[in-house]
Ligand binder design. Structure first.
Ligand code: SF4
Length: 193
């Protein structure tokens, strides 16, 4: 583990490779699982504010879930989460394009209709964020459905922290990300933690 500022960084973030290959996994992370994606408290306002814009990309089933629940998020297990379709692991914001599961919120972002891409927990996947005392901890989450991303990442030699440069900068800033790169380089060259 490395410590960069107030952040604990698991070795797996620089020792493992990762690069999503949607042609292989078909975006399965959006339709599998037994809980919605974590939503940070300050993201609930954005999910609500931009719902009238991104709702046009959602399926009828997803719209019914949000509109019956009254909000585009739920509060479960002590945190806000994205809502799931009834009896399924699929996120209520999922729609399909050429057989690939995609995010309605991100679609509106990519079309420059809203300034919010999606919850940071989705953008950062497979990094999971937790709190350890005064530190924020970043760990790699193993999920067999992402095996193709591990193989693709190995083929391209892209470490997890490089693949997730954009969301890491969004969460911690450019300066922190540069410090992360320098710390990893120093460790890999000289073994200094
Ligand atoms: S996180 Fe995993 S399931 Fe989701 S797009 Fe990437 S490889 Fe596919």
């Amino acid at each position: 583990m490395l410590i960069v500022g107030d952040v604990l960084v698991s070795d797996e973030l620089f020792e493992r490779h990762f690069c999503c290959d949607l042609s292989q996994c078909h975006g399965q992370c959006c339709i599998e699982g037994d809980a919605g994606a974590p939503v940070a408290p300050d993201e609930t306002a954005e999910l609500s504010e931009y719902y009238p814009v991104y709702r046009k990309y959602m399926t009828k089933e997803g719209l019914a879930v949000v509109e019956n629940g009254g909000e585009p998020f739920v509060f479960q297990h002590d945190e806000f989460q994205t809502p799931l379709l009834p009896g399924q692991g699929a996120c209520a914001f999922v729609f399909y394009e050429d057989g690939i599961a995609k995010c309605a919120i991100e679609k509106a972002f990519e079309n420059h209709e809203i300034p919010f891409r999606k919850p940071i927990s989705c953008f950062l996947y497979p990094i999971r964020v937790s709190r350890v005392g005064k530190y924020v901890a970043l760990n790699y989450h193993h999920w067999p459905i992402c095996e193709s991303a591990c193989q693709h990442g190995d083929a391209l030699a892209i470490p997890v922290y490089v693949f997730l440069k954009q969301p890491l900068i969004q969460m911690f800033g450019e300066k922190w990300y540069q410090e992360l790169c320098d710390t990893i380089q120093l460790y890999q060259k000289e073994g200094i933690r």
